[in-house]
Design a protein around this ligand. Sequence first.
Ligand SMILES: [Zn+2]
Length: 226
Amino acid sequence: MSQGVPTEDVENEMNIGLSSYHPLAFAAVCSLSARCCWSLGAMESDNLAYMELAIHQAKLAMESLEVPVGCVFIKDGNVIASGRNRTTETRNATRHAEMEAIDILLEKWQRDGLSKAEVAKNFSQCVLYVTCEPCIMCAAALSFLGIKEVYYGCANEKFGGCGSILALHSSSSESFISDEVPQRKGFKCTGGLMASEAVSLFRSFYEQGNPNAPKPHRPPVEKKVE
Ligand SMILES: [Zn+2]
């Protein structure tokens, strides 16, 4: 499963504090994962094209020294929002790519004067393409918003909310919860779309050295050569 990744080195690089993205998980779990139900035969070129756009967003994140994750929201075949991880720039651990794009949409639809019902209807017609499995926070948000469908690249074994840790896409809120409380809805979710591209971005990011990784507490001790 390690696929040649230098596990210990990567592990040391992972504790970046500001983000719950977990590169070891991404590197360790990719398109060969049993969770990935996507297959070459079923893949549509549209899906690839949309995921390419998400990968482009992830590359923009990497150019900004952010953990490379990107996404796009598609409605009626059109890209209506894109997002990239901005946790370092904003010094806010919640500014994942999905949250960036969701906020763009919410602000736009608020400006347009849409009602709650209209916003909900719009989200129910949206498909999200994101380069790695949404974390628990993002998967919960997508579930509350009632998104129609999600395609992701590689799995997020440490924090994933679409099967890796929790399966928020596969269940709705319990029916006994009162109408006053927002209800979660399940959504269709498919992983493994361009997973190797997503993983190689993480590899590149961590191999070039993560500038946000914590500094060692002590300077390295030089070993004396006898
Ligand atoms: Zn997230």
